[in-house]
Design a protein around this ligand. Structure first.
Ligand code: ATP
Ligand code: MG
Length: 427
């Protein structure tokens, strides 16, 4: 085998061995994500061919790329190279686009459009290999998961980062215990989904340094000649929003020194699927979002409203008494319980059609001037702001879960501070 980097070695060993070998990766989904040219396809092709051959015989597999042309240009040559290196006989059957490797059949498809899912109906597969999975329709990736029903089956996917609320993140990586941090990196969230939503998955992040064949001048050139979203996603491997961010500038930092003048909480519970509460401290004219409480009922199961309210009151009052609780005025159940618990002054949040644009503009000024800053621990809020685009507001992205609760809670808080409702900062 050619020289490989440590990361590539880990993938080949963790994936490619017999399943009873110590160190074998047990997860059903494997996501290799990161920079372009970082050696993801090279190492996963070797790992995948070794895995299929070491664990199955006479079995069927699904291999897909976004376009069939990419199977020919990239995927098939890599799988054939891997088979040759592993000394496994292989043969390409043009008639039905099947790559035979040993006694296994790898059926090749384009996974790029909505109709692609229909093409794989009827197959019972022991595994799948998806190249550039984040650019495939979600339905196709789901369908591959459904077809891979044989015991021990796995789906191996390579991808480049997209927006932080992409369905790969919300529907696969988060339920597998990962999250996107404020800088756009995938990190372990330490939070497990409830049993019905848990995904058995592993994320392996790749950077340019993980491809041993790239030269320093090439890497330097990529970074120097590109900018913006493309650079962040495809070179730095970060999950960041595309162009059109509503609040493009904000500061992530630590809280100012000393205790704040007062604490405030803003809660968005609009559709009763996600509840997102923000804890803000006020130091003179400065607001810093210090902490958050986030619950996704779809993913982690529903909690009765009173238990939910008690949970965030307990969490968000650990630092001290919270004087003001701003809550979406249409979250009636939430407001009822909050009033009954009476943790402080309860304020009905604006949330009327006429205030939305105004509050978006006001929050823009707070954030870009650095008068409102955010703690780096507030992962959900930062992901929400990083996915808060003009596009996401025009139409709910078909493939993305609604993630603007944090942004809504933030603009409600700042609107209220501007509105002088007893929480006036103007002085
Ligand atoms: N260990 C290695 N030995 C030899 N060649 C390698 C090795 N790792 C990567 N390469 C080569 O480097 C190039 C880029 O690698 P690869 O295609 O795996 O990157 P990638 O992360 O899949 O990139 P993209 O996101 O653009 O698909 C390929 O030509 C590949 O053959
Ligand atoms: Mg690739």
């Amino acid at each position: 085998m050619a020289a490989v980097s440590q990361k590539q070695y880990d993938v080949i060993m963790g994936l490619g061995n017999h399943h009873r070998t110590p160190g074998y990766w047990l997860e059903r989904w494997l996501f290799l994500a990161g920079s372009i040219r970082s050696g993801k396809t090279y190492s996963s092709a070797t790992g995948y061919v070794a895995w299929a051959n070491n664990n199955f015989g006479g079995a069927q597999f699904i291999v897909a790329a976004r376009l069939f042309r990419l199977i020919k240009a990239n995927v098939r040559p890599q799988l054939e190279r891997a088979a040759t290196e592993l000394r496994i006989p292989h043969r390409w059957r043009t008639a039905d686009s099947v790559l035979e490797i040993g006694s296994n059949e790898h059926w090749c498809f384009d996974g790029g459009n909505e109709a692609s899912a229909d093409k794989i109906q009827g197959i019972t597969a022991s595994g799948g290999y998806l190249d550039e999975a984040a650019l495939m329709p979600k339905r196709f990736v789901e369908a591959v998961g459904e077809r891979c029903s044989e015991p021990g089956a796995k789906v191996i996917a390579t991808l480049n980062p997209r927006e932080p609320n992409h369905w790969i993140v919300t529907d696969y990586l988060e339920p597998a215990g990962y999250t996107v941090d404020g800088a756009g990196r995938i990190v372990v969230s330490g939070r497990e989904a409830d049993a019905s939503r848990r995904v058995s998955g592993r994320h392996v992040g790749f950077s340019l340094a993980d491809n041993p064949t790239l030269t320093a001048p090439y890497i330097q050139d990529l970074a120097a000649t590109h900018s913006g979203t493309w650079l962040q996603r495809n070179v730095l491997g970060l999950w960041v929003a595309g162009e059109g961010l509503i609040w493009p500038r904000f500061t992530v930092c630590q809280a100012p020194e000393g205790p704040p003048d007062r604490w405030l909480v803003s809660i968005d519970a609009a559709d009763r699927t996600v509840t997102h509460a923000l804890l803000a401290g006020q130091w003179g004219p400065r607001i810093h979002i210090v902490d958050e409480w986030h619950h996704d009922a779809h993913r982690y199961g529903e909690i009765p409203v009173d238990e939910k309210v008690d949970a965030y009151i307990e969490h968000l009052t650990q630092r001290g008494h919270v004087a003001y609780w701003i809550c979406d005025r249409f979250a009636y159940a939430e407001l009822g319980v909050l009033r009954a618990r009476n943790p402080g002054h309860i304020v009905d949040g604006p949330n009327t059609p006429g205030t939305k644009d105004v509050s978006i503009d006001q929050a823009y000024l707070w954030l870009q001037s650095g008068t409102c800053t955010i703690d780096e621990s507030c992962h959900h809020l930062l992901a929400s702001i990083n996915g808060y685009t003009h596009e996401s507001q025009r139409r709910r992205q078909q493939n993305s879960r609604k993630t603007d609760h944090g942004a809504d809670a933030l603009r409600n808080l700042l609107y209220d501070l501007n509105r002088n409702q007893g929480v006036n900062l103007a002085a």
